[in-house]
Design a protein around this ligand. Structure first.
Ligand SMILES: Cc1ncc(COP(=O)(O)O)c(C=O)c1O
Length: 378
């Protein structure tokens, strides 16, 4: 008999197999019903999902589209952003928050984020808005809502549009209000790894404004208010019926799944409470965090060594995001460089996202926390 201890089991960043098992036969039944029904694009499943997801956000209208990227593109277009307009967003996000601005011919502009939360700072945003700025796109990073009330006040004072990037914030609230409650529109992604994930690509724009919703519906369908009539240029960004059906099965579980994420986050918080080396990002008052990611900062240049140590222990930690948006190669022509946004650049060097998903056992969360503490002790 070998006296070598068996390697510890892997602790994955998410567990879609456990999620499928928890849903039982409902998921497969819903998909088969669409297959046999023959309505594959938009249709009743997508319409039901639009209604129920918009209701969860506390807003009247939901327009389902083919990805979170398209939700941002169409959201910008529906709010009147076009070529040459300047749009302010976060330099510390997934690339799509800014690239969608450039993709429609507008000009991405940045200001720095709060170094403790990674969220776009409304005061810095106020200073960065100029006469050419047409919209601001705060990002609800990791599942915590940016200070949307402050951005609303700013957008009103400066006469610009407010589009929330809510791709990571399903079910999150701030002062009781979800994405779309204060913004002119909010864009969601249902990429499979999100808190509410499709079995493929999917997205939605929610809005309180009926006219914006109408424009969005037309934009996702080649600018078409009626069959073979095209009032303006749009695209094909319609949600597939299979995705609507999958999302309808999952939606009733979202609140419970998010609550479990918060329990795990509280466990991590307690474990790291006495550590100077491992500092969780700050929670904002009044925020019901969706913990799409549970993120700590590891200072002193140690982050990559800790990440490597966790991977050796088969713990699925990750860095979202190792390079700030303004330093990406594709952003070279946007006029920014190293040192422009010190908080974003420092976060990119320090953040570490630990496994947090609804099917993570307490014991596994404790093992992750113990490993992080052990790796930072020396
Ligand atoms: C903050 C943010 N914005 C936009 C997107 C784009 O969404 P999608 O991948 O569905 O196109 C994502 C998805 O990863 C995201 O995290």
């Amino acid at each position: 008999m070998s006296n070598t201890a068996p390697p510890p089991t892997a602790i994955a960043p998410l567990d879609l197999a456990a999620e499928r098992a928890a849903l039982g036969p409902a998921l497969e039944e819903a998909v088969l019903a669409v297959l046999h029904g023959g309505q594959y694009v938009l249709g009743p499943e997508v319409e039901r999902f639009e209604r129920e997801f918009a209701a969860l956000c506390g807003v009247e209208h939901g327009v389902a589209v083919s990805s979170g990227t398209d939700a941002l593109v169409l959201g910008l277009r529906a709010l009147g952003v076009g070529p040459g307009d300047r749009v302010l967003t976060s330099p510390f996000s997934f690339f799509a928050s800014a690239s969608t601005i450039a993709w429609i011919g507008a000009i991405p502009a940045f200001c720095d984020v709060d170094p403790e939360t990674g969220l776009l700072d409304p005061e810095l945003a106020g200073a960065a808005i100029d006469a050419e700025t047409r919209a601001v796109v705060p990002v609800h990073l990791y599942g915590q809502l940016a200070d949307t009330a402050a951005f609303r006040a700013l957008a009103d004072a400066r006469g610009i549009a407010l589009l929330e990037d809510a791709a990571q914030a399903h079910g999150a609230t701030r002062d009781g209000q979800g994405p779309g409650a204060l913004g002119d529109a909010a864009a969601f992604s249902f990429y499979p790894t999100k808190n509410l994930g499709a079995a493929g690509e999917g997205g939605m724009v929610v809005t309180r404004d009926a006219a914006t919703a109408k424009t969005l519906r037309e934009l996702r369908d080649h600018g078409s208010p009626a069959k073979y009539e095209h009032a303006f240029l749009g695209t094909n960004a319609r949600m597939h019926a299979f995705q609507g059906a999958v999302l309808n099965v999952k939606l009733p579980h979202l609140a419970r799944w998010n609550a479990r994420r918060r329990e795990i986050a509280a466990r991590y918080d307690a474990a790291f409470a006495g550590s100077d080396a491992v500092r969780p990002l700050r929670r904002e008052p009044g925020c019901e965090h969706a913990y799409h990611q549970y993120t700590v900062r590891i200072a002193g240049g140690e982050r990559d060594a800790v990440l490597a140590g966790l991977r050796e222990r088969r713990i699925g930690a990750a860095v979202h995001y190792p390079t700030p948006v303004h330093l990406q190669e594709a952003a070279r022509g946007w006029g920014y460089g190293p040192g422009d946004f010190p908080a974003a650049e420092r976060l990119a060097a320090e953040v570490l996202c630990l496994p947090v998903h609804p099917f993570l056992a307490d014991g596994d969360a404790d093992r992750v926390a113990a490993a992080v503490l052990a790796l930072t002790a020396g």
